[in-house]
Ligand binder design. Sequence first.
Ligand SMILES: [Mg+2]
Length: 145
Amino acid sequence: MKIFFDCDYTILGLDNTLRHGTLDTLDKLKADAHELYLWSGVGERWEVVEKHKLQDYFSGVYRKPTDHFHERLAELGVPFEPEFVIDDYPEIVAAFGGVWVPPYFFQRTVDQEMDRIYRVVCDFAQSGSSEDRQYRAKGTVLPLF
Ligand SMILES: [Mg+2]
């Protein structure tokens, strides 16, 4: 699958560290023959790829649409539609389908979200869905609060 990871607060903290378990999870997803992409609403984050030596994991780095998600892919030079997205921003997860993760800020915060992401990707790859409460099917309508 073509899996798109958000950058800020999904894999990268405010303190510029990677979320606990990121490299291990990227390794496992690559080993399962998924194609991984990194995108960000503020632009192509090559500096993050270089700083954390992520070149071997990501097949492409893009700017992410922050509204009109499907319509703006072409304008932003994203050559295909993501099949699965991982993001701390719920709207884009609901639009394309994927996993919402709570925002990651600091290295001292150790969470198990990367293990969850891997499990949900495996569920989805196998069955087209997941029972995980942070999974969102493509086209999910979010409740208005
Ligand atoms: Mg984010």
